[in-house]
Design a protein around this ligand. Structure first.
Ligand code: AMP
Ligand code: ZN
Length: 135
């Protein structure tokens, strides 16, 4: 019985990875652990990690563990996870001591938006005064 249960779990895991992971996506590799990141938070649906090339004293990225190319590819079924990301961001901002003074959340979308990694992500920047408008 236990064996059948484990096989079922394995099949479910393989099914979920096949349909939620994109083979050549850098951030999917961070999610699967193929590439290591300086992780700040992880649950089944969300991963947050420090940006490798920080643009502010605090700069981290928050992503859904499911592969979504960009905002243009969001489905109604993604709303709960993306909403949860907005709930998690202030909690992480507090953890990294940028909650009180403020911070910026940026979501680059497509070529003109400056998106370089096509797995939807939210930049969180803080620890200094940020200029507006952005370049
Ligand atoms: P964007 O230009 O909005 O697509 O942002 C992609 C971000 O991913 C950039 O700020 C990069 O510095 C960051 N980045 C790329 N590779 C890694 C990595 N291995 N770990 C953490 N951040 C990364
Ligand atoms: Zn991906």
């Amino acid at each position: 019985m236990n064996k059948i249960f484990s096989l079922g779990k394995l099949a479910l895991y393989l099914f979920k990875s096949k349909f939620s992971m994109s083979q050549d996506c850098l951030f999917c590799k961070l999610v699967s652990g193929q590439i290591l990141a300086k992780e700040i938070y992880r649950d089944e649906n969300i991963l947050a990690f420090h940006d490798i090339n920080p643009q502010a004293p605090v700069h981290f990225l928050v992503i859904p563990t499911k592969h979504i190319d960009s905002l243009n590819h969001v489905l109604p079924s993604d709303s709960e996870c993306l909403g949860k990301i907005q709930e998690i961001i202030p909690q992480l901002a507090r953890k990294l001591n940028i909650f009180e003074n403020g911070y910026r959340v940026v979501q680059n979308n497509g070529a003109n938006g400056g998106q370089t990694v096509f797995h939807i992500h939210y930049h969180v920047l803080g620890g200094r005064g940020l200029k507006w408008p952005p370049g």
